[in-house]
Every structure is written in C-alpha cells, then in structure tokens.
Design a protein around this ligand. Structure first.
Ligand code: NDP
Length: 345
C-alpha cells in the first residue's frame, strides 16, 4: 500500500529544475523523513499494571487490617508446558507483590479429568481459598469444559465459568476475563474514548475475542467481530477507531488493515525465530530483537505488524510490554474482588 521510496525519489528528481523545483525537492525529502520517523504512540502496559497492582495491594492490606481477611489464590498447573509454567510463576510472583497469599499446585502431565476434578472440588470447599485458577491449556486427556464448569463461580477469577460468561453477555458482569478487563483499563486510563467509537475485534475466542466485544458493547462502542471467515478483512478493520487483534498469527494485521490514527490493541503473543522475520517486523528496532534471537533463540511479536502499524496507527500496544502485563494485574484485581464478594464486603 505504501508508495516506494525509490518511486518518490524518481518523481522528485524529475521536477528538480530551477530554484523553485529544488525547494520542492527538499520539501518532499523533508516530508519523507518526517514520515519515516513517525511512530504511533506506544500504550505501555507497565504503568497501568503497576497502578492497578498498587491499588489492589492497598485494598488487600486494608481487608487484612480491618476485617482480618487474608486473600488467597490457588493456582493449579497440570503438566510441564514451559509457557504455562512461566505464566503461573508470573502470577504467583504478582500475588507476593500485592500481598495475596498463593498456593501453587503442580500436577503431573498424566493427571486425569477425575483427579483434577477432585482437586477443584477440594479448593471449592476450602473456605480459606478465594480464587481458583486452573492454567490452560490442559493436557489433551482432560476435558477442560468439565473442569471449568466445576469451579465455584464465586471463586472463578479467570471468569470462564458459564455463569460468569452469562452475566457478562447480559451486560451485568461479575468476574470478567483478565485480558479483556485489562484492555478496558488500558483504554480508560489512557483517556481513549470508547463510547461511540467504531471498535473491531479480530478473533472470537472465549477468553479474548467474545468477552472484549461484550465489554466494548457495554461501554457503547459500535462493535464488529471478525474471524477466519470474514470477507475482505482489511476493508472491515480499516473502519475501526479501536482495533483489537486476538488471532494468534505473527504480524498478521498489516498497515493496510489500519485506519490512520486508530488505536490498535495487540493481544497476540507469537515467537519469531528467524532473523529475516525480525528485520521485516521491527524496522528501526530490529537490532535488539535480532540480538534476542541470537541469544535465546526467539523474540516475541504480536498479531500486528509493528513497523507498519507505527506508520499508520495513532497508538498501539507493544509486544511484549503491553496487554500481557495487564492480564496478570487483572487476575490480582479479580482475586481481591472474590475475597470481598464471598464475605459480602
Ligand atoms: P484462538 O486461537 O482461540 O482464537 C483465534 C481467533 O482468531 C479465532 O476466532 C479465529 O477465527 C481467528 N482467526 C484465525 N485466523 C484468522 C484469519 N486469517 N483472519 C481472521 N481471523 C482469524 O486464540 P486466543 O483468542 O486464545 O488468542 C489469540 C492470541 O492472543 C494468541 O496469540 C494468544 O497467545 C494471545 N493471548 C495473549 C494473552 C495475553 O495476556 N497477552 C492472553 C490470551 C491470549 P475462527 O473462530 O473463525 O477460527
């Protein structure tokens, strides 16, 4: 979609006769340089996540002091998936930061649905446990819908239980899934107006696409949900003032998918292992990404092409450092909420 640099240079050189045309040439070069340096504003997750965690920490400590309530989250990790282990470790670490007690329960990769059900039932019955988190995905012999539906909706801090999904769909949310809830916080705390905006969500998963669409609708956006069968996707996404990408495909949303000045929220987390990939996706930032590939074998890219989005979008979230940090902060907020609601506080 972009006019190439060499096309522009040829055009400018052709008219470079006399002082006026020379001036015109320099103006063109100046405009090109300004365009090359134009970057979308980065919506960093860190300051928003830190602010949320600080608020949660203050309330957790107030509950302890004024009501003797110790907020507690149980995190269940089944199997040895490396990414899941990192996610659970980060969640447990965040609990420690905000003063929430956590129990990490590690189960073997061969755990059966019945065995995991027994653990969930024990945690449901334990009055000291406020929130239950079963890290997904589960090994394939386990029926994850049976497990999700077994979690007490009052302790369902991931908000995947049909009761909580139903409340959200009705526009009366109780627990809200952490990633979508974090996106709303990010928009609100950056004063990005949702009411009246055209919002487009690419992806219709239970954990991101559908719930973020519900939340945006509840906040009076005009919402379009896209998926793998959407016709002429770029034409649809280009209408969006707020574009949410939750697809799971590296750098899938290119510059021509984005309305100039739009706010682009990139939920995707994908590994890039090829140096050429990093060079293509990250433009001016490629060097440190290539260094990361050389050091640990990969770097991360979202579902949005960062170098192209930078030239078109008004604001975009980085990957890493964007939505992912908010997901963990919102889990803390949901755990605190569970502790309060369970006790009628
Ligand atoms: P899913 O795989 O469950 O859903 C992907 C969605 O993208 C589907 O609805 C699918 O459509 C749609 N899709 C796939 N291909 C296309 C296409 N070519 N055009 C349009 N739509 C398409 O993914 P999740 O929602 O679970 O996750 C999405 C991404 O977000 C992943 O990279 C994941 O790692 C990341 N993630 C990040 C989190 C964070 O905290 N940062 C938290 C959760 C997820 P269809 O329904 O038609 O198949």
């Amino acid at each position: 979609m972009f006019e190439s640099t060499s096309d522009r240079l040829t055009g400018a050189a052709r008219i470079s006769k006399g002082r006026r045309t020379r001036r015109c040439f320099y103006v063109t070069i100046g405009a090109m340089m300004a365009k090359a340096q134009q970057r979308a504003e980065l919506l960093e997750g860190r300051p928003v996540a830190d602010a949320i965690k600080k608020e949660v920490a203050a309330e957790v400590s107030r509950l302890r002091e004024q009501h003797g309530v110790v907020t507690r989250l149980a995190a269940v990790l089944v199997g040895d998936d490396a990414a899941s282990a990192v996610y659970v470790r980060n969640k447990v670490r965040a609990c420690a930061e905000v003063g929430i007690e956590s129990d990490k329960i590690d189960l073997s990769a061969s755990t059966t649905t019945e065995e995991l059900l027994a653990v969930v039932r024990r945690l449901n019955a334990d009055d000291n446990v406020d929130g239950i988190l079963v890290q997904l995905p589960l090994p394939k012999q386990i029926d994850d819908s049976v497990i999700i539906e077994a979690i007490d909706p009052a302790k369902d801090v991931d908000a995947f239980h049909p009761t909580n999904v139903g409340y959200l769909a009705m526009g009366r949310p109780r627990f809200v899934p952490c990633t979508p809830a974090g996106i709303i916080e990010l928009l609100d705390r950056n004063q990005i107006e949702i009411a009246g905006a055209n919002a487009c969500v690419v992806g219709r998963s239970q954990i991101v696409g559908r719930p973020i669409a519900s939340l945006l609708l509840q906040r009076h956006a005009t919402v379009t949900i896209c998926h793998s069968k959407t016709r002429d996707l770029p034409a649809v996404t280009r209408e969006a003032d707020i574009l949410i990408a939750a697809i799971g495909r590296p750098a899938f949303i290119r510059g021509n998918f984005i309305k100039p000045g739009a706010t682009v929220i990139d939920v995707g987390v994908n590994q890039v292992t090829r140096v050429e990939g990093a060079r293509e996706f990250f433009g001016f930032d490629a060097d440190k990404r290539i260094e990361a590939i050389e050091k640990r074998g990969y770097t991360l890219v979202g579902d949005v092409h960062p170098a192209e989005a930078d030239l078109i979008a008004g604001r975009r979230t980085p990957v890493p450092g964007g939505v992912g940090l908010l997901t963990v902060a919102m889990l803390m907020k949901n755990s605190l909420q569970a502790a309060k609601w369970r006790r009628g506080l």
